[in-house]
Design a protein around this ligand. Structure first.
Ligand SMILES: *Cc1c(COP(=O)(O)O)cnc(C)c1O
Length: 378
């Protein structure tokens, strides 16, 4: 390289895709504070406070609750690698892309994977899970995605948790796109392993995956004959670092943790109930405004996530060209469809700091502009 590139300046964006979401300035300031050691008593005190705040946000008393150093997918890998051994049977509820990723990771952990459902955007009924549990009495885990970001589907979990508890099966839940935005009661719903991501409804930059393990899940890990294949994601080893023993495991991303600490303070200051209500209100308003403009929701009524609005594009409304216009002219970032839905849907995220009536209005004004152009040009 003959010349050093100019300093990188990110453009101003309103992040209305399914993550990352906009970050509160207080979180960015926190992340710019000086680095201290990963075993400094003050770092460990901060981690203890993060874990305590995470227990509140997850609605759990689980001791083994902490942020994994990695994005939401690292949380998924940690859940699977700790719970599953080669030959175990894993039942996976599939309604979209991220459930398919769970299936893939469970299978890489050596599990025999059985799919329940399988149709994108269609919720799985508890009866189908009950049937699968009858058919596979040796099943070790049931896995479900709470908010399926690929389709905007909200999968009800409460009955599933009860089914798993009755049969002594571990219930693993992907709450990457729901924690801190949509009601999620880990203990009350009988969830054994639940993981999330920092960059969605918690509004912290990407890079951390909060996770919690029930006492039953800890026992499953402790009783393993072979330790998990992944050293980095072994929950018990990480706990020896962040828990009581404070023994070095890996160098925690200190400044990311500053950010999460500040982000969780903001979440708890607002209050979970108020936060859930805000997401519910803004999401509902955006969806009904989009319906008036000819965009139809993908999931059936009663199963629509408030914070990820997934809508089919009206006839003749181009996907890629309009998203490019939205980004270039209005600075607004939304996402297109994944897999079989590519080119057919938009996924609008209204998460954390991004989820405000003002941002919703800005989006709708911009979409009005795109629709007016289509009328003019078409
Ligand atoms: C975003 C997301 C993930 C993956 O998270 P990354 O941070 O991209 O690794 C997993 N599951 C769901 C439901 C998500 O929305």
């Amino acid at each position: 390289m003959t010349e050093v590139p100019a300093r990188f300046e990110p453009p101003r964006r309103l992040l209305l895709g399914p993550g990352p979401s906009n970050v509160h300035p207080r979180v960015l300031v926190a992340m710019g504070r000086p680095v201290i050691g990963h075993l400094d008593p003050e770092t460990l005190r901060m981690i203890t406070e993060i874990d305590e705040m995470l227990r509140e946000v997850f609605h759990t008393a689980n001791e083994l609750t902490f942020p994994i150093s990695g994005s939401g997918t690292a949380g998924m890998e940690a859940a699977m690698t700790n719970a599953l051994e080669p030959g175990d049977v894993a039942l996976v509820l599939v309604s979209g892309f991220f459930a398919e990723r769970m299936r893939e990771i469970a299978s890489r952990a050596g599990a025999k994977v059985v799919t329940i459902g399988g149709e994108w955007g269609v919720p799985v009924e508890p009866d189908d899970v009950a049937k699968a549990l009858e058919e596979y009495p040796d099943a070790k885990v049931v896995c479900a995605v709470h908010v399926e970001t690929s389709t905007g589907l909200l999968q009800p979990l409460e009955e599933l948790g009860a089914l798993c508890r009755d049969r002594g099966v571990l219930f693993i839940v992907d709450a990457v796109a729901s924690l801190g935005g949509v009601p999620l009661l880990v203990d009350q719903w009988g969830i054994d392993v639940c993981y999330a991501g920092s960059q969605k409804c918690l509004s912290v930059p990407p890079g951390l995956a909060p996770i919690t393990f029930s006492p039953g899940a800890v026992e499953v890990r402790e009783r393993r004959v072979h330790p998990p294949q992944s050293f980095y994601l072994d929950a018990l080893f990480i706990w020896k670092y962040v828990g009581r023993e404070r023994r070095y495991h890996h160098t925690a991303p200190i400044n990311m943790l500053y950010g999460l600490h500040e982000g969780l303070r903001l979440v708890l200051a607002e209050g979970l109930e108020a936060r859930w209500a805000r997401h519910q209100q803004v999401g509902r308003d955006v969806l009904s405004a989009l319906q008036e403009r000819g965009f139809d929701p993908v999931p059936p009524e009663g199963y629509r996530a408030p914070d990820v609005v997934c809508v089919r594009l009206p006839e003749g409304f181009e996907d890629a060209a309009n998203r490019a216009l939205l980004l270039e002219r209005h600075g607004i970032d939304v996402a297109g469809g994944l897999g079989p839905m590519a080119g057919q849907v938009w996924r609008i995220g209204l998460m954390g700091e991004s989820c405000t009536p003002e941002n919703a209005d800005a989006l709708l004004r911009a979409i009005n502009d795109l629709l007016a152009r289509r009328r003019r040009d078409g």
